[in-house]
Design a protein around this ligand. Structure first.
Ligand code: ADP
Ligand code: MG
Ligand code: ZN
Length: 474
């Protein structure tokens, strides 16, 4: 039997407000421990929370970006549980009346978006006071009370790879909105994956497990893949998936249980009596609407429409905004360069050389890449030569025409230049020439290889093939 994976994500995003969710403590990163605290975020008796208006504003923008229904009234609840990083014994979160309901981002439906406060941070220290894996734990309350948006998707994802791609789209969207710096390594973007499998062709959902706190895009993809494989293996050997919370260790690639359904929390949600419900007024909606930038999905549609790019290219550029920015800068710098080949050079050859880093930080100027692609289009340099020139641009910057000339990478395309070499190639490969003449094109590779060797790869392959046929009269 074949199985289909079903995946839904729960994402926590730290909002980039100046102050915390319910108090005036400043949000800063890397301050000495417990220097950004007050009675409210320390949970001292009698302290009263006040909702951060900017967090609501960011929440509304996030909802608008996904086409969610924005609740005219939303309510904060106490979510009760005990943990040393939670001094009040409860987290203020939202329950049945969240800020945003429904919506969609890319191919994935959004279930809801709600606001809550982050817990403090536990730090494990050894006897010497140095950070260590055992001994004792201390708490840094600087992070406690940081505003979070929790985004919950519908179970619409079907693979680890798709989950990773979609999370990239979400990150770009949130970054464009300016609501968060969405940095997975620093913990401002955290993701739990809910995973089940079902027989292909069926619609009923299988029992799910929850992989907690994936802290990189790569681990998210790998963790999901490992958990899907574990569940399928379990089912195939006659077992059953048990609903539980799991931990994936990227180093050992092992999955271990954190708690099962029987030990699941009962949070005893009840309305936070110290906060009135939030009523969303027209002025708040107008302000959020007015602050909306162009979003990746819209940008992809615009790139397709304005420049005739393929859907795949448009998405690759728009979903990594820095690639889109580079592409648009290159296109704008040169009125003649054709858009689709340029897009391919950005998402293909350039990305292959700079990886995940921002091309804007590389030595390649947008105008230089546009010029190089223009030279390829005019057959002044062939693909191989252009790739070498790009290597130089990435390493040292500079101007492609000068590089091509200095290194002799220019294409040899004209009949005058190629004729002699092709004659020599035909003479040296008389068998091949005879076969081609007899209608068998397979040995064309041998002729091409000879010409490429002689011209150090600078000949235009299409032109060589054409001239060979012409000379042999086929
Ligand atoms: P819980 O009550 O356990 O938190 P929810 O129904 O609130 O479960 O869903 C939490 C997340 O799990 C959502 O992202 C949802 O899409 C996803 N999810 C729910 N059921 C399944 C399932 N059977 N398989 C995969 N994901 C699921
Ligand atoms: Mg949940
Ligand atoms: Zn505080």
């Amino acid at each position: 039997m074949k199985y289909e994976p079903v995946i839904g994500l729960e994402i926590h995003v730290q909002l980039g407000t100046r102050t915390k969710m319910f108090c005036g403590c400043e949000l800063t990163f890397g301050e000495p421990p417990n220097t950004r605290t007050c009675p409210v975020c320390l949970g001292l008796p009698g302290a009263l929370p006040v909702v951060n208006a900017r967090a609501i504003h960011f929440g509304l923008m996030t909802g608008m970006a996904m086409g969610s229904e924005l609740a005219p009234r939303s309510v904060f609840h106490r979510k009760n549980y005990f943990y040393p990083d939670l001094p009040k014994g409860y987290q203020i979160s939202q329950y049945d009346e969240p800020l945003c309901l429904g919506g969609r981002l890319g191919d994935v439906r959004i279930h809801r978006v709600h606001l809550e406060e982050d817990a403090a941070k536990l730090v494990h220290v050894g006897a010497s006071g140095r950070i260590h894996s055992s001994s004792s734990s201390v708490v840094d309350f600087n992070r406690g009370g940081t505003p979070l948006a929790e985004i919950v998707t519908e179970p619409d994802l079907r693979s680890g790879e798709q989950a990773r791609e979609w999370l990239t789209l979400l990150r770009t969207t949130l970054r464009q909105l300016g609501v968060s710096d969405v940095n997975m390594e620093e913990g401002s973007l955290r993701c739990d994956a809910n995973i089940s499998v079902r027989p292909e062709g069926t619609t009923e959902l299988g029992t799910k497990t929850e992989l907690k706190n994936m802290n990189s895009f790569r681990f998210l993809e790998r963790g999901i893949r490992a958990e899907v494989a574990r569940q399928i293996e379990l089912l195939e050997s006659g077992g059953e998936v048990v609903q539980e919370t799991l931990h994936y260790d990227p180093r050992s690639e092992r999955i271990t249980s954190m708690r099962s359904k029987e030990e699941a929390h009962d949070y005893r949600y009840f309305p936070e009596p110290d906060l009135v419900p939030v009523r969303i007024e027209q002025a708040m909606l107008d302000e959020a609407r007015g602050a909306m930038p162009e979003l990746p999905a819209d940008r992809a549609a615009r790139l397709e429409r304005e420049h005739g790019l393929s859907e795949a290219s448009a998405k690759q550029l728009a979903f990594r905004a820095e690639l889109g920015d580079f592409f648009e800068a290159a296109l704008g710098s040169d009125g003649d360069v054709p858009a689709q080949p340029l897009a391919h050079w950005v998402t293909g050859e350039l990305v292959a050389r700079i990886g995940d880093s921002d091309p804007g930080d590389s030595r390649v100027e947008p105008v230089a890449l546009a010029a190089l692609v223009g030279m390829v289009e005019r057959k002044e340099v062939n693909q191989g030569g252009a790739r070498q020139a790009l290597d130089c641009l990435v390493a040292d910057g500079g101007e492609p025409r000068a590089i091509v000339e200095a290194q002799g990478l220019g294409a040899i395309g004209g009949e005058d230049e190629l004729s002699g070499v092709i004659d020599a190639a035909l003479a040296a490969n008389a068998d091949a020439a005879a076969k081609i003449q007899g209608g068998n094109e397979k040995p064309m590779g041998a002729i091409l290889g000879y010409v490429m060797r002689e011209t150090k790869g600078r000949a235009d392959g299409g032109e060589v093939t054409r001239l060979v046929r012409e000379k042999l009269g086929v």
